[in-house]
Design a protein around this ligand. Sequence first.
Ligand code: ARG
Length: 462
Amino acid sequence: MTLWANRMGAAPADALMVFTASLAFDKRLATSDVRGSVAHVHGLLRAGILTAGEADLLVEALDQVGDELASDSFSYLATDEDIHTAIERRVTELAPECGTKLHTGRSRNDQVATALRLFTRAELARVIGHVLQLQRTLERRATGAGDAYMPGYTHLQRAQPVLLAHHLLAHGWALARDTDRMFATWRRLDVSPLGAGALAGSSLGIDPDLVADELGFASRFENSLDAVSDRDFVAETLFDIALLAIHLSRIGEEIVVFSSEEFGFIHLDDAWATGSSMLPQKKNPDVAELARGKAGRLVGHLAGFLATLKGLPLSYNRDLQEDKEPLFDALDQVVLTLVGLDGVLGTATFDLDRMQTAASGPGLAAVDLAEWLVATGVPFRDAHGLVGSLVRESVERGVPLGELVEAHPGFGEAALELLDPAVALQRRTTPGGTGPDAVAVQLERFRHRLASDAARLAERKA
Ligand code: ARG
C-alpha cells in the first residue's frame, strides 16, 4: 500500500515504484530520520496533538526502530518506498494505536530536508576530521624534514631552492582553507526545516523553534517554501568536496611525478604502492593516481547537481531526490582519498640527497646573484640582465657559472657562496617565505591553526 492509495483508482505500476523509490540509497539517512521523528513527536506533544502516553509509546517505538536499524535486524518490505515510509510503517506496527499519528503536521518534504541536514552536518565533521589527520601528517613530515631543501618549481621548471618543509606546508594551508569552507557551509546548513510541512506549515500549533533547538540547529527556517526546496547546503558541500578533491589531486600528481625514476625524490612504502600483473619490476603509485582521478568524478557530482537545481520552481519537486547519491558518493570518495593519501605521505621516504642535488644547479642561484647586485645599488632590471647574460654564456661556452661569477668585477669571490643553496636559503628572510627562520615561524603558526581547527570541530560536535 502506498501512502496515497485512497486517492487513486489503480495500484501504482511496478515500474513506477522501481523508478521513484529511493530506499536503496536513502537508507543511509535512517538514524537522522529517527532523530528528526523523535523531535517531531515532542513537538506534537507540546502542541497537544499527542497525549504524554502516546508520545512515550511513539518514542519507544522509534527507539526500537533505531536499535533494529543499528543492529541490521530491521526488515524492509518491498512496498517501502523510502526510508521515511519504512520507519513510519514499522513504528505503526510496533505502536498500532498511535503510530498513525506520527505524520501529523509533517510532510516527507520537511522530514527529508531535516534528516539530510542532520546527516550532512555529521558528515562534514567526519570529513574535517580526516582533513585534520592528513594535515597532521604533513606537519609531522615537515617537522622531520628540518632544513632539507629541494627545487621549487614554476612551470615545472626548476626555479629556486625551497625547503621541503615549505613545500609540504603549502599543501597543508590549502587544506586549511578547505576546512574553513566546510565550517562556513556548516554554519549556513545549521537551520531546521522541520515544521515547514509540505510547503506552507500547518494549522496545528507545532513550534518549529523548539524542535530546531532539540535537534541542535542554530535556528529554524524563515520561510516554509524555501525550507522544503533549499538544497544549497548540498551544492555547497559538493563544492567544498570538489575543491578539496582538487587539492588532493594536486598532491597526488606530485607524488606520481616525484616518485618516477626521472625525479626519484620520494620512494613509496611497499604497503602503499601497487605492482603490475605483467611487469615484475613495477612499483606503481596507484593511490596517488586515484586521488587524481577521483577529483574528476567529484567535480562531476557538483556540476550534475547544480544542473538538477537549475530552473526548479518553488517549492519541493521530486527532482530533489537526486541530491542524495552524488552527496553520499562525494563524501565517501573524498574520505577514502584522504585516508589513502595520509597512508602514502605518512610512510613514504624522501630521498633528500636527490632533492638537494637537483636543487644545487647554479642556475637556481640566479636571482640570488641578481639580488646581491641590488644590495650594492644596481637597479634590479640591470642586475637581472647581467646575470641572464652570464647564465647564457655559461650554457653556450660550457663554462661553470661559478667561474664567470668569480671573474666578473661586479661579483668576485665573495659572491660565490650564493651558489650554495643552503646559503641562498638562509638569506631569504621574507615572512611566509622559504628561509629556515621563516619556515620555523610558519610551522608554529600551522600547528596553532591545526589546534584551533580541532577545537572548532570539537566545540561544534558537542
Ligand atoms: N524520497 C523523497 C526525497 O528524497 C522523499 C520526499 C517525497 N516527497 C514527495 N512529496 N513525494 O525527496
